[in-house]
Design a protein around this ligand. Structure first.
Ligand code: COS
Length: 382
């Protein structure tokens, strides 16, 4: 549902204030502790951040894609680990259910997802299946009124906190590709489901990824999401949407870094003048700004087209490709503009440099986005 302009402004302003007053002061601490303070998670719940994309009927804010991207952009102005806390509930952990769930499944889970009472995860990637997501090997075998799941998933965001997993499995062993994949809603407390230790990562400390292991986990038939064999489509549609949200976060991080660069370069003096007086510094700032504006325009235009009912698989891939590569270049220039200080942890710039690296990898690598863009462009003839 699209918000009227006044409500949208109020929401954006509320999120902006939350980011600047509550999250930014905690950036270094969250990274150092590799943990999210409970009171911050509670405040996120009270603000409705866990339910941004959940239909109103189930207690969410039911934002349009355009409004969700505007909110995601504001949340990009701080360490991306904060957004990750509720990111799975808003995106890949809930949207399969929103798009493909039965009324009964939605009524059972969505209100608790919207409130943040339950945390969700999206379990697609496996040791042998990441970019090639049609190659999942986790098996789901029908046994009476249950499916029995066996296999393992890798790098699953928020798995250590998750109460509900959307799991991609192979139900038809005779179909090796996309056609044999089915999705399930799997509750955390089922016997045989275990979660590995959080991995040590390059960045985004405070957000966690873990293995998830299924050993004869019996999942009721009524927890299948969509039809048998429809799981790949579920995954692709969830990712199409998630890629736009990530693009908006990339734009937000870029805008944050540009502001930090301007502030630092205005203060820092060399050769008797502020860095902002040097055209080579201005050139880097101009490149950052131009690319951030371009990424924002592409992302917001794609979000509006999606809201209007258009298929935007290609445009969402293009947004993610451009925005994630863009923020990598912006973070690199930010280190350069800060010079020695850019390499020192206290300034926080090197942390962003590490944090943004994953944007080019998760929810589809840049190379996968190129494949999607090229395929569709070739199909359309231009
Ligand atoms: N929306 C809906 N359906 C889609 C779709 C989309 N965006 N993309 C593909 N499909 C459908 C196709 O139409 C096809 O259906 P039919 O068999 O009925 O025609 C089916 O899915 C298989 O599609 P395709 O043959 O294109 O599958 P491929 O195995 O060649 O894979 C890519 C396509 C590479 C695009 C896909 O595997 C992908 O996006 N991989 C990256 C996954 C990813 O992001 N992983 C990161 C970890 S998850 S956080």
């Amino acid at each position: 549902m699209a918000l009227d302009l006044e409500t949208r402004e109020q929401l954006i302003e509320t999120v902006r204030r939350f980011v600047s007053e509550r999250l930014r002061p905690l950036e270094a601490k969250v990274a150092e502790d590799d943990a999210m303070p409970d009171e911050i998670v509670q405040e996120m719940k009270e603000l409705g951040l866990f339910g941004l994309s959940i239909p109103e009927a189930y207690g969410g804010l039911d934002l349009s894609m355009e409004d969700e991207c505007l909110v995601a952009l504001e949340l990009g102005r701080t360490s991306p680990a904060f957004r990750s806390t509720f990111g799975t509930n808003v995106g890949i952990g809930s949207q399969g259910l929103v798009m493909f769930g039965t009324d009964e499944q939605k009524a059972r889970y969505l209100p608790k997802i919207a409130s943040g009472e339950i945390i969700t995860s999206f379990a697609l990637t496996e040791p042998e299946a990441g970019s090639d997501s049609a190659a999942v090997q986790t098996r789901a075998v029908l046994d009476g009124d249950h499916y029995v799941l066996n296999g393992s998933k890798r790098y699953i965001t928020n798995a250590n906190k998750a109460d509900l997993f959307t799991v991609m499995t192979r139900t038809d062993q005779t179909k090796p590709g996309a056609g044999g994949v089915s999705a399930f809603l799997v509750e955390r407390n089922l016997p045989g489901l275990s979660v590995g230790k959080p991995e040590k990562k390059m960045g985004q400390q405070g957000a966690h990824v873990c293995d998830v292991i299924f050993e004869n986990v019996r999942v009721p038939v009524e927890n299948r999401l969509g039809k048998e064999g429809e799981g790949f489509k579920v995954a692709m549609q969830v990712l199409d949407r998630g890629r736009l949200h990530i693009s908006a976060v990339c734009v937000g991080v870029a805008e944050r870094l540009i502001a930090d660069c301007v502030a630092y370069a205005s203060e820092r003096k060399q050769f008797g003048q502020a860095l902002t007086g040097f055209q080579l510094i201005q050139g880097m700032i101009a490149d950052c700004k131009t690319e951030a504006l371009a990424a924002k325009a592409l992302t917001m235009e794609t979000a509006r087209r999606r809201d209007a009912g258009e298929s935007v698989t290609m445009e969402a891939a293009a947004s993610k490709y451009f925005a994630s590569e863009m923020v990598g270049r912006v973070a690199d220039r930010a280190v350069q503009i800060f010079g020695g200080a850019g390499y020192i942890a206290d300034y926080g710039i090197e942390r962003f440099y590490r944090d943004v690296r994953i944007f080019r990898i998760y929810e589809g690598t840049s190379q996968i986005q190129q494949v999607v863009i090229a395929r569709e462009t070739l199909k359309r003839g231009g």
